[in-house]
Ligand binder design. Structure first.
Ligand code: NAP
Length: 462
């Protein structure tokens, strides 16, 4: 095939980069990829979501950088779809668009008091400690003694671990400087992880759970009676449980046998418990929780059901960590319930239109399948999307569009005075951050404001 296909990828997280990588792997297609990103910095949740003390996970950036170095790749950072360029511009300049914009919003608990000051989403806290420019001015009242983290997935564990770590532990990471200072003054003593179902249904992974046993100045606790499984869960443990689930139970048992050694902080695992109300005079002071029992749903899974057992506890901070949620994009269909763009194998479909498949618009990653899975899950997801797209080009006998209204998106960006950031610019920023980091024995010191980022790029370019 001698035609050259121009593909726009929206969003520079794992799904976007895996899609670009798969496009470049196609020997029989000549493909150029332009990637657009709202921030001046690439890599999505690898930079803004993965915990700062999980640097090994962040090393996946090297793979994405190799993809970005392909001569047919261009990065346009600091360009927002719906503000700087629009769907119509993309369809005018590209043969197809892959939206891989993730799930930037969060889910709500739907209980009274959730909006009180001191009640936050994990999304806000994670973005704050990771130096995301939109969240760097957020404030968290770390003079509180008790924090409750609702939900027990890996994000909840990240939040609890960052709250529990000492200044020395955090100072070795690339946590945002302002967060390092704020956490240094933290008065927190007790951090509660609250799971609505039992230990067998916990969504966290064993490696993340094990880290709690290695905290420098925080004890970790789980009451033995909370690990007693109901008959149904016990049977699942003996027959169908995954290796990860079995490992989780083993580690929790080890934790329950550990002596409390009087460390500065304590992290408590609570199971079969749901918050029912957060209360206080203008700010969070108290949390009321109900004990749950598990009941079997029609599909065989076990659901939490509230009992009459209510308890109350003093609380200064509450973080809801019950999953991310997608946001609608202008001119694209959106399913509010799942927070995804309706699609078939990554090909966008118009549900209001008799499920017609769009030929030139595709999705990959969390906006395609919902906010589940680890970084690597996005690879097979993006591969599926890319192959569906290329098959559609062939099956529909589409031709690469030669007569573009504008020869190149750059002229449009320049006309609109969009100050876009190239991958070479990002590398200057990256070098700046890592150089400053090295001087302080840290992987990098992040720049956290857009103005600062753009100013460093200007300085380094001149
Ligand atoms: P998650 O894994 O889906 O966990 C969400 C948690 O919230 C579950 O415990 C869930 O309980 C609970 N929950 C949901 N609705 C609730 C409600 N109304 N009340 C109380 N609890 C509720 O989501 P996540 O932690 O945000 O993580 C998102 C994805 O990123 C996951 O696939 C995760 O593994 C991945 N991730 C991985 C890492 C890592 O590998 N280190 C780090 C961070 C994130 P139920 O099970 O009862 O629904």
């Amino acid at each position: 095939m001698n035609e050259c296909w121009k593909i726009a990828v929206i969003g520079s997280g794992p799904a976007g980069f895996y899609a670009a990588g798969e496009l470049f792997r196609q020997k029989s297609w000549e493909i150029k990829v332009d990637m657009f990103e709202r921030l001046p910095t690439p890599f999505g949740l690898v930079r803004g979501g993965v915990a700062p003390d999980h640097q090994k996970i962040k090393s996946v950036q090297k793979i994405y950088t190799r993809i970005a170095e392909n001569e047919n790749f261009r990065f346009f950072g600091n360009v927002e779809i719906g503000r700087d360029i629009f769907q119509a511009d993309l369809l005018e300049h590209y043969d197809a668009v892959i939206y891989s914009v993730g799930s930037p919003a969060d889910r709500e608990l739907g209980i009274p008091g959730e909006d009180l000051s001191g009640s936050h989403s994990a999304t806000e806290f994670v973005a704050w400690y990771n130096g995301h420019p939109d969240f760097c001015d957020y404030k968290f009242d770390l003079s509180a003694r008790n924090a409750f983290v609702i939900g027990i997935g890996n994000v909840a564990l990240d939040v609890a671990r960052i709250l529990a770590k000492t200044h020395e532990e955090l100072a070795k990471t690339d946590i945002a400087d302002y967060a390092l200072e704020a956490l240094r003054a933290s008065q927190l003593e007790d951090i509660w992880l609250v799971g609505r179902r039992g230990p067998l249904q916990a969504a966290f992974s064993p490696a993340e759970l094990r880290e709690f046993m290695e905290l420098a100045d925080a004890d970790v606790l789980v009451e033995k009676n909370l690990l007693e499984l109901d008959a149904e869960s016990q049977q699942i443990l003996e027959t169908d449980a995954s290796n990860d689930t079995k490992k989780n139970i083993e580690i929790l048992k080890q934790i329950s046998k550990k002596d409390v050694s009087g460390k500065k902080r304590r992290v408590h695992f609570l199971f079969l418990t749901s918050p029912v109300e957060i209360s206080g005079n203008e700010k969070v002071e108290k949390i009321s929780m109900v004990r749950n029992q598990l009941v079997k749903r029609k599909d065989g899974s076990l659901a939490p059901q509230a009992t009459a057992e209510i308890s109350e506890a003093a609380a200064g901070l509450v973080f809801r960590s019950i999953g991310y949620h997608g946001k609608a994009l202008p001119d694209l269909p959106f399913d509010q319930k799942s927070g995804t763009i309706p699609n078939e194998c990554g090909q966008v479909k118009d549900p209001g239109n008799g499920n017609v498949l769009r030929k030139r618009e595709y999705v990959a990653g969390w906006i395609k399948r919902g906010p589940v899975g680890v970084i690597g899950t996005n690879k097979q997801d993006a591969v599926e999307t890319v192959h569906r797209m290329l098959e559609t080009f062939l099956n529909e006998k589409l031709e690469a569009r030669k007569n573009y209204a504008n020869p190149d998106i750059v002229s449009l960006l320049e006309k609109r005075k969009v100050e876009y950031v190239s991958f070479a610019d990002w590398k200057l920023l990256d070098a700046h951050e890592t150089d400053v980091g090295q001087k302080h024995g840290r992987p990098r010191v992040k720049l956290t404001s857009l103005a600062e980022m753009l100013s460093v790029i200007h300085q380094e370019n001149n």
